[in-house]
Design a protein around this ligand. Structure first.
Ligand code: DAH
Length: 358
């Protein structure tokens, strides 16, 4: 039987000499493994008398612990050293210029909707959505556009095969049916906007069969025309980033509002250059009005108790005006050069501080 102290010194020297993690592992197996040196010594204990067996057993266990601890300590140190070396070799040179990378861009339509939602969201409007495939009743009848009404023709509707619970299926011609769906579903007071796609059978430089609108609806107990005007004047000024932008309300007609108005903003066309702001011209940008009592009744709201106002904005139109995009059709051509020119960085979040970032 080997002297435990010699055994210990020998094994610790081997641990000390191990230069790699693998060498250390070999030492561990050779010392503590099933066929290792300490294990072999343990196996000889049976031949000793009880006193000597006890003493020898304790001594061998102490050797085992000491060797195991030495291996663990060395292993941790080696792992640290290995990591340090790796980190040193991988050091990033922060002075190197960034490699050019092509970032995706936000389409001007998405960007404009984000801006409108940011401005009106700030005023307390909540975003609601409705289906693009509508029933005739929501798109027309409930909005006080009955069967034989000329407005139906003006809408150049895409009719779809089949009927829903509330009449023929159509591709919604405006986002106004979201008003109806919201009033039927949620009790007033209401303050909602509904951005989304709309469809009409029309195609030229300022019309596309698919386009976007944002609908707005406010219903409460003492809402009047002054609220409508304040809200839309503020909206126009924030959106176009012109604090004193002239805004005028021109009497108009929509079946779902009474009275109805069209909103014009001031602009100038001096020397062939178009500019939004003060000038001698006006430009129509949206429709609005006080919600027609018939529409409230169609949605089960008592017009003697509640009133409200509504508005509808064409997203492409206000995007073209703000960003100087001359032809509406280019929005949908997916020409990458156009998208890179008119697109926005996704990181450029609309902010209300000092108007919106361009
Ligand atoms: N729905 C109208 C359109 O598509 C826009 C509109 C006008 C919506 C007046 C409204 C409104 O809510 O009050 O032309």
């Amino acid at each position: 039987m080997e002297n435990p102290e010699h055994l210990k010194a020998d094994l610790l020297a081997q641990v000390e000499a191990a230069a790699t993690l693998q060498a250390l592992e070999d030492v561990r197996v050779a010392a503590l493994g099933k066929k290792g040196a300490i294990t072999a010594q343990m196996k000889t204990l049976g031949g000793l008398d009880p006193e000597a067996r006890k003493a020898m057993g304790q001594a061998l266990n102490a050797v085992k612990d000491a060797v195991a601890e030495a291996i663990d300590t060395k292993k941790a140190a080696m792992a640290d050293a290995e990591l340090d070396a790796k980190l040193l070799a991988e050091r990033v040179d922060v002075t190197l210029p960034v490699r050019p990378e092509r970032e995706g861009q936000l389409h001007p339509i998405s960007r404009t909707i984000e801006e409108v939602v940011a401005i009106l969201g700030e005023m307390g409007f909540e975003v609601h959505e409705g289906p693009e495939i509508e029933d005739d009743w929501y798109n027309f009848t409930a909005l006080n556009i009955p069967e034989d009404h000329p407005a139906r023709q003006e809408h150049d509707t895409f009719y779809l095969p089949g009927h829903g619970a509330k009449g023929r299926k159509v591709l919604r011609t405006h986002t106004s049916p979201v008003q109806i769906r919201t009033m039927l579903k949620t009790k007033p007071p209401l303050r909602i906007i509904a951005p989304g796609r709309t469809y009409r059978c029309d195609y030229d430089a300022t019309h596309s069969p698919m386009f976007h609108q944002v609908e707005g609806l406010v219903i409460d107990k003492a809402v009047h025309m002054g609220h409508l005007k304040g809200c839309l004047i503020d909206f126009c000024r924030a959106y176009f980033g012109v604090d004193d932008l002239p805004v005028r309300f021109r009497p108009s007609y929509f079946p779902f509002t009474e009275p109805s108005a069209e909103v014009d903003i001031g602009c100038s066309r001096e020397g062939g250059e178009f500019k939004i702001g003060h000038g001698d011209s006006w430009l129509e940008i949206l429709g609005c009005g006080m919600v027609n009592p018939k529409v409230l009744e169609n949605c089960g709201i008592d017009p003697a108790e509640y009133q409200g106002f509504a508005f509808g904005v064409g997203v492409e139109r206000i995007a073209m005006l703000k960003y100087g995009i001359p032809d509406l059709r280019t929005f949908y051509e997916s020409d990458l050069r156009w998208l890179r020119h008119y697109g926005f960085s996704a990181l450029d979040v609309p902010s209300m501080v000092g108007g919106l970032n361009p």
